[in-house]
Design a protein around this ligand. Structure first.
Ligand code: PMP
Length: 432
């Protein structure tokens, strides 16, 4: 029956579909960490709706909250409503207290890319400048502007004349330095390049409106940013009065073991972009949180119809309660350590260049042991084989050679164990 659904999709939907080409199933229902396809096959789901299902599929507490909200109001534009007020209060309560006092929130709708666009527009308005700095391997979304900021070059090939004034800088990368330096020199060299360009009074680039970065590059291949690099970027942007936008669309809402990843880097950004995990169950909602000094938009400067999804607000408020009640962030850290331990043995496999991650965001990078070339074909085979064995995984990264794991944040030790056993076995067989 999956084949029939896929054939109908082939017949009618845009050719740009991607997930079902690599994971050829039609999904009938799901619960927690598991999905069932239309043929009754059950899979562990570590694709996790592209990392949005914080509490897994259909978490009962959130289903109850949404069902209750349905009786009152579903869509509220940008009017204040009780559901929105509770959601906003809950979101602000997750910020570090010093930052909370200076924060303004703008609801954008409804996807991560919308919020990235809003962040850039806001910084352009606030500074009166037009250029933006972004990083190699970064991903910020598929809208025209968010794609222009994305440093995954292949994805941008079909689009001529993206947004002008975007300047890409190398993002230090432990297993393959973008400047071809040894890993211990990479971060300082990348920081120096950025600093020299920003300080150069004539050979550099115009003072930018913003610098945007991910603290763990997700789509770029699960690459946690170097700590010293991030510290230096924060110092420089503060000194030169360049707003720092941290894109926490994928890393936010607990994914890395703290509510936001920036907390673990000891920095406070000027703008935080959040979306995916905000509702806890995949209902669309996106927002930016920013320092009040950037609050320069006039009423109506940035509108949008879908900025008031009351169901997402009700779910997201309940999600934060559940996350606190059940110490879900503690679970992320513990299960993250478990993944690290269980996948450590892969490091002995000569095809595995690196196993890396933070919290419950993990990647296994595959490369040829003879010439070091990215092994995208093996990554695909691993994905296809794990699917056959009942595990849904994502493949991504700069060269499509990183097998990615994004479990729900309330995943159990048993499910992690099952998935890791399967993955280790499949990687072994695919590289034998
Ligand atoms: N930023 C980051 C870091 C992301 O990972 C993504 C989505 N993968 C986006 C932005 C875009 O979000 P959306 O797909 O909801 O537009």
């Amino acid at each position: 029956r999956s084949a029939e659904f896929l054939a109908r999709q082939d017949r009618w939907e845009s050719n740009a579909r991607s997930y079902p080409r690599r994971l050829p199933i039609a999904i009938a229902e799901a619960s927690g960490s598991y999905v069932r396809d239309v043929d009754g096959n059950v899979f562990i789901d570590f694709l996790n709706g592209a990392g949005v299902l914080t509490l897994g599929h259909n978490p009962p507490e959130l289903v109850d909250a949404v069902t209750a909200q349905l009786a009152y109001l579903t869509h509220g534009l940008d009017f204040p409503t009780p559901a929105k007020d509770a959601f906003l209060t809950a979101q602000l309560s997750m910020l570090p207290p010093g930052m909370r006092a200076r924060t303004r929130v703008h609801f954008c709708g409804p996807t991560g890319a919308n919020a990235v666009d809003a962040a850039i527009k806001l910084c352009k308005t606030a500074t009166g400048r037009g250029d933006v700095i972004a990083f190699s391997g970064g991903f910020h979304g598929s809208s025209h502007a968010a794609m222009a900021l994305t440093g995954l070059v292949d994805q941008k090939q079909p689009i001529a004349n993206g947004m002008p004034g975007v300047h890409f800088f190398p993002f230090p990368y432990t297993s393959r330095c973008p400047l071809n330096l040894p890993p211990d020199l990479s971060a300082a060299a990348c920081a120096a390049l950025l600093e020299n360009t920003l300080r150069d009074p004539n050979g550099g680039i115009p003072r930018p409106a913003a610098l945007i970065m991910e603290l763990v590059q997700g789509e770029g291949g699960v690459i946690p940013a170097d700590r010293e690099f991030v510290t230096r970027v924060r110092e420089l942007t503060r000194e030169l009065e360049i707003p720092l936008i941290v894109d926490e669309v994928q890393t936010g809402c607990g994914r890395t073991g703290t509510w936001f990843a920036f907390e673990q880097y000891g920095i406070e950004p000027d703008v935080v972009v959040a979306s995916k995990g905000l509702s806890g169950m995949g209902l669309p909602v996106a927002l930016i949180m920013y320092d009040e000094k950037l609050d320069t938009w006039a009423p109506g400067a940035h509108t949008g119809t879908f900025r008031g999804n009351q169901l997402a607000f009700a779910a997201g408020t309940r999600a934060i309660e559940v996350i606190r009640e059940q110490d879900i962030l503690g679970n992320v850290r513990e299960r993250g350590r478990q993944v690290a331990e269980r996948l450590a043995e892969l490091q002995a496999n000569p095809w595995v260049r690196e196993v890396r991650g933070m919290g419950l965001m993990w990647g296994v990078e595959l490369a040829s042991p003879t010439d070091g070339r990215p092994a995208a074909d093996i990554a695909r085979r691993v994905q296809a084989q794990t699917l056959r064995q009942g595990l849904i995984l994502e493949v991504g990264g700069r060269d499509d050679c990183v097998v990615r794991l994004l479990p729900p944040l309330n995943v159990t030790a048993e499910t992690i164990d099952l998935a890791c056993t399967l993955l280790v076995d499949v990687v072994g067989r695919c590289t034998a």
